[in-house]
Design a protein. Sequence first.
Length: 342
Amino acid sequence: MTGKDKIADLKATAEQMVAIGKGILAADESSGTIEKKFAKVGIACTEDSRRAYRELFFTTPGIGKYISGVILYDETIRQSASNGEKFVTILENTGVLPGIKVDQGLKEMEGSPNEKVTKGLEGLPERLKEYAGMGARFAKWRAVITIGDGLPTDSNIKQNVGILAEYARACQDAGIVPIVEPEVLMDGSHDISACRDASEMTLSAVFDALRSADVAIDGMILKTNMVIPAKECPKQATPEEIAEATLGLFRKVLPKELVGQAFLSGGQSELEATANLNAINKRGPFPWKMSFSYGRALQNSALKAWNGKAENVKSAQEIFIHRAEMNGLATMGKYSKDMEEE
């Protein structure tokens, strides 16, 4: 395959990932994160309970109508459903693209312990080759940017975007679409303008680093935060204010050749994440698709309804598919709170 053919393939996959009316399910929580989620609802965290939890979502009737891809965790991409069928095969048979989280979590940054850098570059090309052989069509790598007193530092942004660019290049070399995820965290009490400033510095640096690493911008997906106040900020923002601030920034920094941006929910509630996505898309069209790649904002209510019990699977699946449908409508600016079930 020529380099040109490879980029065309990557672009076609990227376009599929942000197809109109669809988004990505982030089911890539580590076993440690799942354990914390399960503990809140009293579910024992075992390999089998984690498998049952993933199966609930992946076997939901109609998932392919609203979900374009699923980000899997290393354990999950190797697992099979209770009927023996591999999860990857189940997703492929419903037209959903399997993806894989390839970063290995966060560590304190040397010289700035309140900031983090992401681990996992060592051995990445070999891991990507293995995941591609297992059916992964795209990958995800998350970097986090912290706002605080004197933060973020230039050195933290520079280090994180350099790592993101190296990861993205390795993915494209392996024929896998990279999701490039720089997340400006909602933790703290900063206002919407502080989020905007940090997001602008980060995204400008991200695309500079990607170009320097020879990453094909039209063969990747961006996954970043909305421009939004921190969770503890006294002045919260309306969906319209969030949409205006986010799009003002994107028009300034996102390259036209980028196929799409899939928002992370980043601590927003399920309804906030949908309403804010809808407010953004009501202002379209844009040069890029504006989709979603949600974890908690698609799964939380379903997890509570399931509660680890087989007899609750159907009702939990109904809750999940409803959230997926609402977010699908929000990618077209066609969502309304009136559509929510009482």
